[in-house]
Design a protein around this ligand. Sequence first.
Ligand code: KIV
Length: 270
Amino acid sequence: MADAPAKVTTATLRARKGGPEKIAVVTAYDVVFARLADQAGLDVVLVGDSMGMVVQGERSTLPVTLDDVVYHSRIVSRGLTRAHLVADMPFMSYQASVEDGMRAAGRLMKEGNAEAVKLEGGVEVAELVRRLVGAGIPVMGHVGLTPQSIHQFGGFKVQGRTDEQRAHILEGARAVTDAGAYALVLEAVPHKLAAEITAAIPALTIGIGAGPGCDGQVMVMHDLLGLEPSWKPRFVRRYAEMGKAVAEAFAAYAADVRAGRFPSDRESYE
Ligand code: KIV
């Protein structure tokens, strides 16, 4: 019998910094897709607060609660045997105080079965990152376009194109890494800046809309599976057209039911 593939941990991930094989990360929100991602060999599954937009139908990630992420993280964890599980800290679960952040992260680890937490921000979250890492909680940072701050940015806009934004992102990346984060999401930043940060910090960089120079890439599963056909920003590559396939399957089922073609005798009990 073949050996089971080795569990992905922060240690095995860190060992891949600068190596030949990049890290593949995807979001998931339930056990079915978590299991499929795990079986397909994804390295990291992120229970992102993107759930607010792709699962809950909100216009931003801001309404997502800590209870929401705990719930989804717990059900995702049941589908994973190998992949590393990261849970997002939602808006206002850590911004008001370090103590809030410690307790929120504690819930994600204890009740959500997360193996690491992700939080957005730079210098302003460095103290929290230090405290979490000190408490044994691995932290993935997130700089660039941080969706919890869209009202500050005035929308979902590429960050790091001006000298001021560039300096702010670099400073934040260094602060979070110096505080002990093992990885850092770089979202919607110019690819040259992402490559510069990747070379400058010991933490892994995981890009989304940040070009090929990062140590790994993350995509929201609905984007890569084409579950929302009308949504196709520049940074998304579609690997399936599931939205279309699912709509066709639903329509075919409804037509069969209406015409009396489903169920057949073979699909009925004696
Ligand atoms: O919430 C999320 O899914 C994320 C990724 C897009 C990085 O933060």
